[in-house]
Structures are given as C-alpha cells and as structure tokens.
Design a protein around this ligand. Sequence first.
Ligand SMILES: Cc1cc2nc3c(=O)[nH]c(=O)nc-3n(C[C@H](O)[C@H](O)[C@H](O)COP(=O)(O)OP(=O)(O)OC[C@H]3O[C@@H](n4cnc5c(N)ncnc54)[C@H](O)[C@@H]3O)c2cc1C
Length: 390
Amino acid sequence: MAKRATKRGDERTDLSGSRDVLICGASFAGLMAARQLAGSGADVLVIDRYEIGERQTSACAIPTAWLEELGLIESEKQRFDSVLIHTAHGSIRLPVPWSFSTFDYPSFCEMLWAQCDAEFETAKVNGRAESGTAGSPITIDTDRGEITSPLVVDSLGWKRVLAAGAHYQPPDQPLSRGLEVHPPGGNVDLEVFINRRYVPAGYGWSFPADDEVRVGVGSFDPYFPVRPTTDLIADDLEVGKTGYQGNWIPHKLRPATGDGIFFAGDSAGHCFPLTAEGIRPALYFGAALGMELRDVVEGRKSREEALTGYHEFSAGHQWAFDWLLRAQKLLPKIHPRLVKPTLAASFKSGGSGDYAFNKYLDIAPPEFAALATRTLSAKGQRRPRISARA
Ligand SMILES: Cc1cc2nc3c(=O)[nH]c(=O)nc-3n(C[C@H](O)[C@H](O)[C@H](O)COP(=O)(O)OP(=O)(O)OC[C@H]3O[C@@H](n4cnc5c(N)ncnc54)[C@H](O)[C@@H]3O)c2cc1C
C-alpha cells in the first residue's frame, strides 16, 4: 500500500482566503498550468489531496520529445523506437518514427514542480461553495477551508469535481477502465496485446521501466471487469502481481470551460480514445491553459476572454478525438485473424506507418511544449503583481 505523506493535525492550517489563481489537482495538467505562471508574480495556490508525485496515476509512457522539451528528460526510465504488438494470431513490430519513453512519476512531478513558483498545500476539494454571479470570483470548498479566486482550474481527473450539475457515475458513461501491476522486472520491448483472451474491446500492455514493468489491461467497455485479466496477463508474462493501480479513463472530449471554471486533463476528457494516452494531452492543454491564465494575471486579457480562448482551443481538437474514437470502435470489430494483416497493411514501415504515427503525434506536438517553455520568464525575475481581472 502506498505510504501517505499528506499533512496531518496541526500542519493542516486553515487555507481560507483569496488567491489570484487556484489550481485544484497537482498531477500532469495542474502542474503544467502552474508552470506556465512561473515568474508572472501572481499568487498561485495548487492543492491536491496527496503530496506532489505521491500517487502514480498511470503507466507513464510518453513521446520522448515531450520530456526533452519540458526539461524533464532526467525522469526517463527507458526508451523505445518500436511497439511490439501481439495478436491472437501472431506478433508484429511497428517501427515508430520518433520514440516513446517510460518515466518515473515522482521524479517527473518533482522536476515539473521545480519549474513552478506557486504555493502547494494538501487539501481535499469538496466542490464549489456557492455559484455566485456570472463573472464574480468563485469560492471552492476544501477540507482546509473555503478558497476564493477569479481563476479556478479543475485538473482533478475524470470526476470533474467542480462541474455544475450531474457528474459521471460509472460504469454507464463514456469511460474506459484500466488496471495495472508494477512488479520489479525488466524487458526491452514496449508491448501491446490485442487479444480477446485479455479483453474483448481494448488491449493489454507491458511497459518496461528499467527495473520494473507496468503490466495491465484497458477496456473500452466500462462494464468489463479488468481485474481477473490483469492477473491473467501478469501470470502469462510471469511477473508478480504487486503495486496495483487503476482508474476510469475518459474517452470523449468534454467542454473545457463551464460556469467560470477552467478544466484541463482528464476532467475535460483530454485523453486520447483508442490509445488511452492521457499524459501528453494533459500537459498540452495544461500548458495552453497556463498561457491563457498568464495573459489574465498580466493584464492582457479579461477572464472572460481567457475562458473563450481556452474553450475554443480545446474544442478545435474535436476532429482528433472523433478520429480516434472511430478507430476505438472499429478495433473490436476486426476479426482476430485479421488484426495482424490489418496492422501490417496500415503501418507499412517508412510509408503509411510513419504518416499515421506522425499525424498522431501532431495532435499535441512536442513543438508546443517547446513554445510553452520559451514563453516562461526566467525564474526569480518576478514581474509586478497584477490582480486577475474578472
Ligand atoms: C492503468 C492506467 C495506465 C495509464 N497509462 C498511461 C500511459 O502510459 N501514458 C499516458 O499518456 N496515459 C496513461 N493513462 C492515462 C493517464 O493516467 C491520465 O490521462 C492522466 O493521468 C490524466 O492526467 P490529469 O492531470 O488530468 O489527472 P490525474 O493524473 O488523474 O491527476 C488528478 C489529480 O487530482 C487529485 N485529486 C482528485 N480528486 C481530488 C480531490 N477531490 N481533492 C484533491 N485532489 C484530488 C489526485 O490526487 C491527482 O493528483 C493511464 C491510465 C490508467 C488508468
């Protein structure tokens, strides 16, 4: 069981009061939004129920270039220039024209946080305290008091805690589900298993990360119980069944703003259907959001303009989510005997394969991470503080 390092007793002081920016959720999307505010002079508070990097939320595989462009390459554990896909009727290796890396979650978060100059506190977010009038600051209820801010970010994951109205109640929602084990071990290949032995609609995986492997099953059907077949794939691969971690995974884009709140990462459905790759989009949309918030705290935009700009930026990617969702629906319909020939025809090395992988990377390209890095002011050169305009 993961060790809880969260504050207790006297350390849990009252956080009530107001801030220029309140970011709820300190994983990929939230930390990235906070990073883009470094040097702005804004009073930014980031809160999460756990310490930063305490609870790993994924198998932590990402295109290597994103680690490089964000200055996080030291968190890399292992690099892969191909994906080895096992079907029920043979295996096929798909060369990738760029590389994937697995990384260490605590180091990644620690390094990303080192690029921020915000304040962090552990607190559980309960929801909105009151709705207020349109355009007025928003008050958030936490277990350490009520915190008010004109700029509130929900990067709390798929539950979309700060949304008004009814929330997703799984399983009857557009959610996939994933579960994995993290035993010690080693391997050279990033492996994907498209095999109904493990899941009728979805895939299994084995992602090595130097001295451990992350082995699991993801189902596009939220009703399919992934625990028995996560154990099955671990047994088949002869790895230990230790360090279980799993969650619901959104596979539909949701509005990135609502009732004055900015949503980023899984809370906005920023997780690609088919591949369930959610880290890169969480960083990508988190960066875009951070840049919008920076425009507000530095007086270049009103909050309403930032809400509109960010909403449109996110919605402008609907085509990509639709494209991948269509592929997600198609995959389980392919006869098991035809999966390998279909992959071979679709991913010809150097031709259609490179095209498909590059088009996929371009949905959230590493150049955007480079742009986000360039827009940061040098740390320590804080600009005069400008309060956010509502
Ligand atoms: C088994 C599995 C494996 C995966 N593997 C990969 C992979 O290899 N690569 C990839 O790209 N994607 C992967 N994903 C998807 C990826 O994990 C998510 O898309 C990604 O973590 C989303 O990032 P996020 O910042 O939006 O939310 P999260 O990473 O879920 O972070 C949400 C944060 O909010 C905090 N929080 C939640 N509720 C509250 C509350 N009420 N109060 C205070 N804090 C709260 C949590 O503690 C957490 O820190 C995987 C998912 C699963 C389930």
